[in-house]
Design a protein around this ligand. Structure first.
Ligand code: LMR
Length: 402
């Protein structure tokens, strides 16, 4: 039976973590997986998360009962306000349903299965940006969708190919599902401007496309959660029906706790019970009920005004440190006279930089310098710190020159 199962291709990001963990060289620098590190290269538990954990540990009423099928209300309601705004008309009009998921990946998968069953037209494809997060194609193909690409990155300037993107969205048949990164695009770090988002919304409206937002980095693009929700709130204000996959892995540092939500915004309040009943059914069939621990932490932070303010400060701090590292890396490459232009490193935003380094140079950096980045030349800027940045700049300089 099992002999007929073909080997699956390795996941590019997870494969890298395995290689890096096995590398014991003292000069090793891991810029692979998108996970925040502090200036000494260590995982950072946000102080508000520690405080929420302490509150939970001290609560004599705390238990390990199942959550309800929709998840923890303190989380889903707080998450909803974070994405759509505390004064959101859509929330007030009861046009939003939010269900807790296994972080952003689980939210994408619930969305994928839901859309496979209910998409209109039934043969609509899912369009992903070229390039996108390595797992997107796998999730939507696993759920049975045809996956197509729209142009996104201009590989010459390493900026946004807005004309290519708009042309591809316009040329697609009506009513396709368009996966958009809400902010801090992974892997490129290139986001549309507010004007470009309006152009994207115009074309999507003209073509009756369905927006599915993936929001894994709210707070990391600009350091401000409201500005980072601009695109989603624009589409909601324009009357789109849409889905949003939301992760608390990065912005609350809850990576392994798998904490996230899927939000559905409907045009009419009357259809919300139908939509929510189907999302609940799909979630029950796949995970039964969502994991409680991360949800309790995130729910506590989102519901407590003081902790919430402190959390905003921590996000701002993380995004500031990443920006500082971007500028430092660019400055060091310029100072070394490394051939090429490096301004894109400081211009891109979020956790990643799309360096433009070829696969062959990426391989050499790993083999000769113990420097890990994904095959497409993406670095997790959060892995840079004052202790390794000189080494990284010199290593890049050396492989670019030879
Ligand atoms: C990444 O892109 O590195 C992160 O989103 C982690 C992951 O699960 O791939």
């Amino acid at each position: 039976y099992f002999a007929n199962v073909p080997q699956a291709p390795a996941d590019g990001i997870l494969k890298l973590s395995v290689l890096s963990r096995a590398d014991t060289n003292s000069t090793k620098v891991d810029l692979g997986v998108g996970a925040y590190r502090d200036d000494s290269g260590k995982p950072w538990v946000l102080p508000v998360v520690r405080k929420a954990e302490q509150q939970l540990a001290a609560d004599p009423q705390a238990n390990h009962e199942y959550l309800g099928v929709g998840g923890l209300p303190a989380l889903t309601q707080g998450a909803q306000k974070l994405i759509f705004g505390a004064d959101s008309e859509a929330i007030k009009q009861q046009r939003v349903y939010s269900i807790q998921t296994i972080s952003g990946t689980g939210a994408n998968m619930v969305a994928a299965v839901f859309l496979k069953q209910f998409k209109q037209p039934a043969d609509a494809a899912v369009y992903i940006s070229k390039p996108t997060w390595g797992n997107h194609r796998s999730i939507f193909e696993t759920a049975g969708h045809v996956v197509r690409e729209y142009r996104y990155c201009n590989y010459t300037t390493l900026g946004l190919d807005i004309q290519g993107m708009l042309d591809d969205l316009r040329a697609a048949p009506r009513g396709q599902i368009i996966l958009l990164h809400a902010c801090a695009h992974n892997p490129t770090g290139i986001d549309p401007t507010t004007e470009q988002w309006q152009q994207i919304a115009d074309v999507m409206q003209e073509r009756s496309h369905f927006p599915l937002f993936d929001c894994a980095y709210q707070g990391f693009a600009t350091g401000d959660v409201t500005r980072d929700a601009y695109a989603i709130r624009l589409f909601v204000s324009r009357g789109f029906e849409l889905l949003v996959a939301q992760s608390f892995a990065k912005n609350m540092g809850l990576y392994g706790e798998r904490t996230g939500c899927l939000h559905a915004v409907t045009a009419l309040p009357a259809v919300l019970p139908q939509v929510s009943s189907q999302l609940n059914r799909l979630s029950r069939a796949t995970i039964s009920t969502a994991p409680a621990y991360g949800a309790k932490i995130a729910g506590t932070v989102l519901q407590d005004a003081e902790l919430y303010e402190e959390w905003l400060g921590s996000m701002e701090m993380m995004s500031r440190r990443i920006k500082k590292m971007r500028n430092l890396l660019r400055d060091k490459l310029v100072a070394l006279g490394t051939p090429g232009s490096w301004d894109h490193v400081s211009q891109q935003i979020g956790m990643f930089s799309f360096t433009g380094l070829s696969k062959q140079k990426v391989d050499r950096l790993r083999e000769e310098y113990h420097l890990y980045m994904t095959d497409d030349g993406r670095i997790s800027v959060a892995g840079l710190n004052s202790g390794n940045i000189d080494y990284v700049a010199k290593a890049i300089d050396a492989v670019v020159r030879s």
